[in-house]
Design a protein around this ligand. Structure first.
Ligand code: ATP
Ligand code: MG
Length: 369
């Protein structure tokens, strides 16, 4: 990575569908931000299903090499998922996570003051999902069911689940660090000294999966002893089922939540429903040396190319990327500009009940900056 004093280089990978509209929108916002007179430089990079159809590769080697060699961080748009299995195709974002060792997926879920999603309560939580293992190692197999009760043709399908101390530990470390950092940011923003202590909720199901979730739970909790600054974090545990229940009943009870891959996947989509449209929710894939911001939504083929897509998820993903590049103040400026546009409520895309275009919403955020 470049030194903090130099201007930052951001790789842009719009990929497919509305990714080609919302990533340029995020770029425009980053240009409007021009942090302390040091403009960002951008490198446009190829990837995606359409690129695969043209060239036979979904993630060109050049994209990976330039990200590693020339960029301080990146923004990814969206990939269309083919409706059927396509020989030779695999998701470029999954491959990118591997190549760049982006071992956690981070998703802030926060309601805008005054607005309501599915629920009507204020939400402000950060979900951290382990991004490399669990059931997503895709070790599946199918075999004939040879038990005495089976009928001819009966089958049994299996999937292995991997939970390692190594992956759990580094994800746990990231969660503790983010809990401490979030707390510091809130305290600084409010100017109060008595902001409640940071809280970390460790999600698992170790009452049933005592070995795998047992390793997860014990390893993540043990991280607290590693660093004196982690001592201030209040750690609680939630079984994943009761976590879902409580998240919908009293989302304000949660601060930072850390979960194994599958539970985290489900929880973070559920949490997105608490705050409204998919078009609002950002995420970042984060490792020790690199981060890739990525809106949670997909390529939305039904509205692609019509200047209708909500650019806010991508714009917030750019802010989240900046946070992970050590530019928390610049990130705050973007969040505030976005919230001001949402609160004003005059320029909203159709997914939020408005008539504004992608271009108009992006221009409005830039004006606020
Ligand atoms: P993919 O195959 O890429 O996953 P999808 O259609 O399955 O595409 P999404 O792209 O996530 O999944 O879209 C789900 C629905 O939400 C679609 O109707 C889409 O138009 C809408 N949607 C998604 N993102 C946005 C956005 N940024 N602005 C407005 N509507 C959106
Ligand atoms: Mg989808």
């Amino acid at each position: 990575s470049a030194a903090t004093s130099a201007s930052k280089t951001i790789g842009l990978i719009p990929a497919d569908g509305i990714g080609r509209e919302v990533i340029p929108a995020a770029k425009q916002v980053l240009e409007a931000l021009a942090p302390s007179g040091k403009p960002f430089s951008f490198i446009e990079l190829d990837a995606g299903f359409e690129h695969f159809q043209k060239t036979g590769t979904a993630l060109p080697q050049e994209t990976v090499e330039r990200l590693k060699g020339e960029c301080d961080g990146a923004l990814f748009g969206a990939v269309s998922s083919p409706s059927h299995r396509v020989a030779g195709y695999s998701s470029p974002i999954v491959a990118l996570r591997k190549h760049l060792d982006l071992y956690a997926n981070v998703r802030p879920v926060a309601s805008v003051p005054g607005s309501t999603g599915a629920g009507s309560r204020p939400v402000d939580m950060l979900i951290i999902r382990e991004n490399t293992e669990c059931l997503y190692i895709k070790q599946e197999r199918i075999e004939a069911d040879t038990s005495p009760e089976a009928s001819p043709g009966d089958q049994i399908a299996w999937a292995d689940r991997r939970i390692s101390t190594r992956a759990s530990r580094r994800c746990g470390r990231m969660a503790f660090k983010m809990a401490v950092a979030r707390h510091a940011a809130t305290a600084a923003a409010s100017g109060l000294s008595n902001v409640p202590s940071p809280k970390l909720t460790v999600v698992h199901k170790s009452n049933v999966l005592s070995i795998t979730d047992g390793v997860w739970r014990e390893t993540v909790k043990a991280v607290q002893a590693e660093d004196p600054s982690f001592a201030a974090v209040k750690v609680e545990e939630q079984l994943v089922d009761s976590m879902v229940y409580r998240m919908f009943r009293e989302p304000e009870a949660f601060d930072v939540v850390v979960a194994p891959n599958l539970y985290g996947d489900i929880l973070s989509d559920g949490a997105a429903a608490l705050v409204g449209s998919l078009g609002l929710v950002p995420s970042a894939n984060v490792g020790d040396h690199f981060a890739v911001g990525e809106p949670v939504h997909g390529s939305a083929p039904d509205i692609a190319g019509q200047d209708k897509a909500n650019p806010i998820a991508a714009i917030r993903s750019a802010a989240l990327l900046l946070e992970n590049m050590g530019m928390a103040q610049e990130a705050q400026r973007i969040y505030q500009a976005v919230n001001a546009v949402l609160l004003e409520g005059k320029l909203l895309t159709p997914d939020l009940g408005g008539k504004a275009t992608t271009t108009e919403v992006t221009d409005a955020v830039c004006r606020r900056l």
